[in-house]
Design a protein around this ligand. Sequence first.
Ligand code: GYE
Length: 305
Amino acid sequence: LAGCSSSGAGASGSKTIKVGFAQEGAESGWRTANTKSLQAALDSSNGFKLNFSDAQQKQENQIAAIRSFITQGVQAIVFAPVVETGWTDVLKQAKQAKIPVILEDRDVDAADHQYIASRVGDDFEKEGETACKWIVDNFAGKSANMVVLQGTAGSSAANDRTTGCGKVMKGSDINVLDQQDGNFTRAQGKTVMEGFLQKYGSKINILFAQNDDMGLGALDAIKAAGMTPGKDIQIITIDGTHDGLTALSNGQFNYVVECNPLLGDQVAQVVKDVVAGKKVDKLYLAKDEAFDQAAAKQALPTRKY
Ligand code: GYE
């Protein structure tokens, strides 16, 4: 299987837990931090033998990785589902093989929750709500125009952020000109923003990018169009990566809602408990803050990702 390699092979002893981690990709700064956090926590020094796979944002790759973990007879499977739907068959296979599945980060369809032991992640709907509440409050009475760079189509992160934002936008002074999929990457954030600028030009007052990376990609497009990011177009993003908060403290972004990617320790604990037959919660949510430009300056020196 391409992209499938094992690490932590040095561990031995009866208590070592064989775990497969099917990561969904490597598309963003958030994802890099998330992968590192899980790899560090699911390490041999912590009693694990980890088999890691990067699906490169493709569901078929992720399904193949999970199937391969089942064949190898791992004791637990951790995965960050690229999209919400389409997992029933492979999850049933894991269940038949009696291998518990723990979600980290994104969610699967509610109908498939019966196959999931637990999920460790962030509250994406709340993040969308927090981001758009700031927009609504800051543009009250100004009838401003907004464009949205959405995350990967069909992902729970994008779906829930859109839902959360929509809740607070209703009845506000904000007019949503357009929203399109930028797949959570800098490159696509830039391309989609170029399209928005060609179509709507200086009508655009606000950009809501559903992650830092798409917002960072859009900076290039905005500058190339002769506009000043953070001023002519106010930019609101989600994640709170080091690069995102740097753009915020530089005045290029205006508000950033945190999404904590450092889920590794909690995931490792849940995997240990599930394998030991202990009862675990169905959901563990990380705590997320939000930053304006002043708060970003304060937070940057000690930022962990
Ligand atoms: O916001 C984005 C990443 O699923 C929460 O995926 C995650 C999102 C995160 O690509 O940067």
